[in-house]
Design a protein around this ligand. Sequence first.
Ligand SMILES: *Cc1c(COP(=O)(O)O)cnc(C)c1O
Length: 366
Amino acid sequence: MEFYRSLGVKTLINALGTVTRIGGSLMAPEVVEAMADAATHFVELETLHREAGKHIAQLTGAAGCCITCGAAAGLAISAAACMTRGDIAKCRQLPDTTGMPDEILVLKCHRILYDQALLLSGARFVEVGTASCALPQQVEAAVSEKTALFFYAAECEGLRGSLPLEEIVPLMKKRGIPVVVDAAAELPPVSSLTDYLARGADLVVFSGGKELRGPQASGLVLGDERLTEACSANCCPNYGIGRCMKIDKENIAGIVRAVELFMAKDYDAQYREWTSMSEEMAAYIARRGGADVRTGYPSEPGVQPANILRVYIRPHQKMAWEVASELEKLDPQVYVGISGDELVLNPQCLTAEEARLVAQAVSGVL
Ligand SMILES: *Cc1c(COP(=O)(O)O)cnc(C)c1O
């Protein structure tokens, strides 16, 4: 903590989850070592990027992989890949889209904060349906020779206005239009790495700085090899819109090592650890009183990852947001989630020791 302290910046205890604005996730020592090692030698970046991508593709079972400096960069670069298909003249022309398909089809209820990244390519959205309803016929009617890709936000799949990926895929396949899925925060389960591709998506984008526990500025685009190669053509060190989304040798080394660790991890043991932390926090806080306490899984769509047991706390004397803001003023600060009138504790980024501190802090404020 010396470095942060030298700047007068406090560290915090994260009972919220893999959230970018409070640091994403923490890297294993092996990942830090790989980055430190990579930092001590010169290397041809394009070759490293290609070979590291091949290695991750092999590990995950995807046909191709393009490493990016985050999932948001992956979205921008995927759009550029679908529009240019890797044609170097077109890569250098973007975001001027003259002569290229430049429409991104999206279900209206799949518009999310992160989708702005796709527009950096110069493309624009064509929304299909309404917030509460979309029909396959509307999707079909929206397709034209200007359609560059279909964007699908994994976290929106369960919404009322959504359609299953399986209904979108055949409509796009028969016209040769790629389907790009934003699954940035859909890990765990590990199976998400391959599920969206198995269900017919052409490209799927993940954040390296969330459950993959790689460098915070890293991400993966997995999928069809021709398209991931087109991604790389738009990526640093090549000149294109991806030039300002530099992925460096250190981050490439870090995400490679992180994916190796992720694939080898015993997730059954990890889930048991998460479950016992949540149960212990819930039991402690219930014993100390001042709130209704339960454990459970998030029921509202869009909260990721959904399969980690949380603690839900309804305070008796204060509003949930008042408790949360008092927790953020403690030293160390404690970050928790809020859902309606409940506080939410997510053990995803906690150690057992921190979980005890969180339970004490919450009870203290209650
Ligand atoms: C976190 C997130 C992103 C951005 O990921 P970065 O790796 O931080 O760029 C994009 N889309 C969704 C749905 C996310 O949750």
